[in-house]
Write a protein that binds this ligand. Structure first.
Ligand code: ATR
Length: 277
């Protein structure tokens, strides 16, 4: 039996077992995917003990992503761009690490808003944390040559722009977010604003360009105030759940040898778990 898991501290909230468990059942694979609470002080030992404990690999969530990146013997370019790993597997006895948020976001964007890159206009990224890094890297890889990062703390967006491969990412003042729907081809919210209990982003869509696509990586609630506002102005929107589902695909394939599909059935399963249907 092949075994994988997700590690984090805490780990209770993780939806990964639901997603991977669904795929194991769908594809009739003799495997397991469990949650393991791993204290940061124990994480390095856990990763080095994967083989001994009969794990093919694992997902890694907060606060262990940077540590998993540091511990790995081989790091994929996606993980290097972010400086953190969320997916680990063993190959020839070595620990390999990648970050699948880039893949997850870009795949879902392509599916929900085909042609998003037709205008040639800049992309606006709100926030400058790990998710913003993964998504900036995705747009760079997709050939976007003007990616504008707008963050409350300006120094952090400057650092992000400086850390990513040169040229296409620049920092802008947080206040410039307000009118970004006028000049951006895609707006992506990677901040925590819009999550249940948090504040709102305060964008103004009154003069929005009709072809602007608005994406949120927040998925609780699924319909954030930002997405509702964009939809009310007739804009195409991309919710945060698709990224969560698609980012799970590469890990499953590595551990269990089958490339799984993100289906409406899987999406519904997670929505029910979130209490969103
Ligand atoms: P992750 O790594 O998961 O992407 P993170 O590092 O916790 O997330 O980053 C959260 C983002 O939300 C940051 O860009 C943060 O802005 P700062 O860098 O200024 O802290 C942003 N954020 C959180 N609360 C915010 C608020 N009230 N207003 C504006 N931005 C906020």
């Amino acid at each position: 039996m092949k075994r994988a898991c997700v590690i984090g501290w805490p780990i209770e909230h993780s939806r990964s077992p639901l997603i991977h468990g669904h795929w194991l059942k769908c594809y009739g694979i003799d495997g397991s995917y469990t949650k393991v609470a791993v204290h940061p002080d124990e994480a390095e030992a856990f990763l080095h003990g994967l083989a001994e404990n009969d794990f093919a690999g694992c997902n890694v969530t907060v606060p262990l992503k940077e540590l998993a990146f540091a511990v790995a013997d081989h790091r994929e370019p996606e993980a290097v761009a972010v400086g953190a790993a969320n997916t680990v597997w063993l190959e020839g006895g070595k620990i390999h690490a990648t970050n699948t948020d880039t893949y997850g976001f870009m795949k879902h964007l392509e599916a929900q808003a085909p042609g998003w890159n037709q205008t040639g206009k800049p992309v606006a990224i709100l926030g400058a944390g790990g998710a913003a890094r993964a998504i900036c890297y995705g747009f760079q890889q997709a050939g976007v040559d003007d990616i504008v990062v707008l963050n409350r703390t300006y120094e952090r967006s400057q650092k992000l722009a400086a850390d990513l491969p040169a040229g296409s990412v620049r920092a802008a003042d947080w206040d410039e977010r307000i009118n970004c729907a006028e000049w951006a081809s895609v707006i992506v919210n990677t901040t925590t604003l819009g999550m249940t209990g948090e504040g709102e982003l305060g964008l103004d869509f009154s003069a929005a360009s009709k072809d602007c696509v608005v994406a949120d990586i927040v998925y609780v609630p699924l319909q954030t105030a930002l997405l509702r506002q964009a939809e009310a102005h007739g804009l195409r929107t991309v919710d945060g759940l698709g990224m969560l589902l698609h980012q799970a695909v590469p890990g499953f394939e590595r551990w269990f040898g089958v490339r799984p599909q993100v289906t409406p059935e899987l999406r519904r399963l997670v929505l029910v778990d979130l209490g969103a249907v």
